[in-house]
Design a protein around this ligand. Structure first.
Ligand SMILES: *[C@@H]1O[C@H](CO)[C@@H](O)[C@H](O)[C@H]1NC(C)=O
Ligand SMILES: *[C@@H]1O[C@H](CO)[C@@H](O)[C@H](O)[C@H]1NC(C)=O
Ligand SMILES: *[C@@H]1O[C@H](CO)[C@@H](O)[C@H](O)[C@H]1NC(C)=O
Ligand SMILES: *[C@@H]1O[C@H](CO)[C@@H](O)[C@H](O)[C@H]1NC(C)=O
Length: 396
């Protein structure tokens, strides 16, 4: 067998209790006079009522009841924050031109925040076939801002950002389906309510602690432990959680983002990092094959060339495995809704998308009305009057 199966792995969770981590008890006191706008509280999920493709209970069971051997192992490589002339170098170097075993180009997902983003480069990534998703307009601090963000704030930060992104990067609004909240800070029901109302598909902000969850919908109560409260507790159909299944660092502690792992091999040790990645991959590949996430900020790769080299070498290994696919997050959700055995999946035609043109504009100085600063922008549309921001996403 391939070298990736050499290391032993930790088998997590499949056989344990159905609730992850500490049990959250929520004695909801339903007041007799409930606000009619209040969302219904999510009830315990019963798989007899919650069925694919529209509904899935949270859990580690494989969609469609497939056995692990015939389940495709998906890998999602995701990057957060702005796209600029520096980090595009890394994306070009490690992603462009790469293929999966089946000959299809590999996918990746970019959760893009607005400030300092070069939209001509977003257009480039889109036209290379990568998925563009959202990480908010302001990405502002403190983190508590996001914990408290109500519906109208999330609407301005996320729903308006889709209009902004489509406009300045000249990409289709319909291709933008995913959301990652800044600092992976949940905002209760708000973000999911906005997602449902504005037709987003999924959230990718919620790290697990110990268990390999597959994506699930929020029609019913989740059993995923809430790492950054408040988490949603209402029933919000048509929204999905793509859990960020945590890595296990060298001390056995979970980490949602690779650059957030505390105890790792030496940052100059390519081999050490290669095996660190492989070991975490095997936790998925040799158990329930829940999607394996490589979630990272680009700076971590550019400032640690050995880590970057280890990732490239891992991708080269994967290229030889006929049941492993590096894909974008939307593709994972598509499969979860309609699970098919790996042989059938492998034979599917590669992606198709409609390329768009970017007539490059450089604009500036453009004044930020929110902070008085001057900005320079590169984009695929007319120059805005002021620097686009929440409340005025097109800078009109
Ligand atoms: C989410 O909605 C549920 C059901 O209406 C409610 O009980 C809960 O308090 C809400 N969560 C937050 C953080 O507002
Ligand atoms: C995600 O990948 C699939 C399959 O590779 C492709 O068909 C689809 O267009 C991609 N989605 C986005 C939003 O880029
Ligand atoms: C949402 O929060 C903001 C800031 O705290 C506040 O100004 C606004 O009134 C709130 N909106 C609603 C609908 O509660
Ligand atoms: C956006 O792309 C389309 C399709 O290529 C093109 O017709 C249009 O002119 C472009 N618009 C801008 C503003 O760049």
């Amino acid at each position: 067998m391939k070298s990736v199966v050499l290391l032993s792995f930790v088998f997590l969770g499949l056989a344990s209790a159905t609730v992850e981590g500490p049990i959250i008890s929520s004695p909801e006191l339903l007041s007799p006079k409930r606000d009619p706008n209040e969302l219904p509280l999510a009830e315990k999920c019963n798989p007899d009522w919650c069925k694919l493709p529209k509904c899935r209970c949270s859990g580690t069971d494989i969609p469609g009841g497939l056995s692990p051997r015939i389940t495709p192992q998906f890998i999602t490589i995701t990057f957060s924050n702005g796209i600029n002339v520096r980090n595009i170098q890394t994306y070009r170097e490690i992603l462009y031109g790469r293929k999966n075993f089946n000959g299809c180009p590999l996918g990746a997902t970019f959760y893009v925040s607005h400030e300092y983003t070069d939209y001509t480069l977003v257009n480039e990534l889109y036209n290379q076939g990568y998925e563009i998703a959202l990480n908010s307009i302001s990405h502002r601090t403190p983190q508590a801002y996001w914990a408290k963000a109500n519906y109208s704030i999330i609407k301005e930060e996320i729903a308006d950002q889709r209009i902004q992104m489509a406009h300045f990067a000249n990409i289709s609004q319909a291709s933008i389906k995913g959301v990652r909240l800044p600092f992976l800070q949940m905002s209760g029901n708000s973000s999911f309510q906005v997602m449902a109302d504005y037709g987003f598909d999924y959230d990718a902000s919620w790290p697990t602690v110990t268990r390999n969850f597959w994506p699930y919908s929020l029609d019913y109560a989740t059993t995923q432990y809430c790492k950054s409260p408040p988490c949603p507790t209402a029933s919000i159909p048509n929204t999905w959680v793509q859990p960020m299944v945590s890595w296990i660092d060298s001390n056995g502690n979970p980490c949602g983002m690779v650059d957030g792992c505390h105890s790792t091999p030496d940052l100059n040790d390519v081999d050490g990092w290669y095996w660190f990645i492989v070991r975490n991959f095997n936790i998925h590949y040799h158990s329930n094959r829940a999607p394996f996430g490589f979630h990272i900020h680009e700076w971590f790769l550019s400032s640690n060339p050995a880590v970057k080299a280890a990732l490239v070498s891992f991708m080269n290994t994967i290229r030889g495995l006929n049941d492993v696919f590096i894909v974008n997050s939307s593709e994972v959700l598509k499969w979860v809704r309609n699970p098919i055995p790996v042989a059938q999946y492998r034979a599917k035609p590669c992606r198709e998308w409609r390329p768009t043109t970017c007539f490059i504009r450089s604009c500036g100085p453009v004044v930020g009305e929110h902070n008085g600063m001057n900005y320079w922008m590169r984009l695929c549309n007319r120059c805005p009057r002021v620097y686009p921001w929440t409340g005025n996403p097109l800078g009109i």
